[in-house]
Design a protein around this ligand. Structure first.
Ligand SMILES: Nc1ncnc2c1ncn2[C@@H]1O[C@H](COP(=O)(O)OP(=O)(O)O)[C@@H](O)[C@H]1O
Ligand SMILES: [Mg+2]
Length: 201
């Protein structure tokens, strides 16, 4: 399918991206990782993400790991791919989510329900930097948990990435429990992968 630049930009901007990402599936090269284990895991990550975006994987895909392993690259490449196929998606980072929600909070006249319902129901959700500025008892964590659980129950394609341990404290118990459902949830644990920036020559 041929997508004009104008259409591409329209889909990107309705998904929350102002410009065409420089990250895509062709300029991610697992072979650039130096050690064999990092290479293999980087390969697995890109295959999983590509299959997820084509809806040929489980509805939920999580990528966890250190900084610089390519998580954000996968998120932005997915957004680019979906926009190219004119699919409806929303790309969100935890930082932006917090900023927008706190802003709604300040101006009580504006409702945050619209954003929450959009995050719940948009066909694809790409959520990066999960766990950033974690606040366990806070309403933001509870709200995000509600969004993710709703999407899980509706089997809506959802990609979550972050610097968190899959079994650690930061993810909610409800989400961790659902991660055990292998038909619904693929977890790509990248904690053994080296920072790509350090391996670059
Ligand atoms: N295997 C790879 N091939 C090409 N670029 C990569 C690869 N791994 C990481 N990068 C690049 O390295 C930088 C850091 O990756 P990023 O996706 O931001 O990591 P993370 O979100 O996991 O911290 C980005 O510019 C990304 O495009
Ligand atoms: Mg990142």
């Amino acid at each position: 399918m041929e997508t004009s630049e104008e259409t591409l930009k329209y889909y990107l901007s309705s998904g929350g991206l102002d410009s065409i990402p420089k990250e895509n599936f062709s300029n991610f090269d697992p072979g650039k990782q130096k050690d064999p284990k990092s290479k293999r895991l980087a390969e697995e990550m890109v295959i999983n993400t590509f299959n997820w975006v084509k809806e040929e994987l489980t509805p939920f895909l999580a990528i966890f790991g250190n900084t610089g392993v390519g998580k954000t690259h996968m998120c932005r490449a997915s957004a680019y791919f979906l926009a190219s196929y004119q699919e409806s998606f929303i790309h969100m980072t935890n930082q932006r989510f917090i900023t927008i929600m706190k802003d709604f909070d300040k101006h009580e006249s504006i409702s945050s329900n619209e954003l929450i319902s959009d995050l719940m129901n948009r066909k694809f959700l790409i959520f990066d930097e999960i766990g950033f500025q974690y606040d366990p008892s806070g309403w933001l964590t509870t709200t995000l948990d509600g969004i993710l659980i709703h999407r899980f129950d509706e089997e809506l394609p959802t990609l979550i990435c972050g610097n968190v341990q899959p079994k650690g404290q930061i993810l909610t118990d409800r989400l961790k429990s659902r991660m055990k459902e292998k038909k619904m949830f693929t977890v790509t644990d990248m904690w053994d992968v080296k920072d790509y920036r350090g391996s670059k020559k």
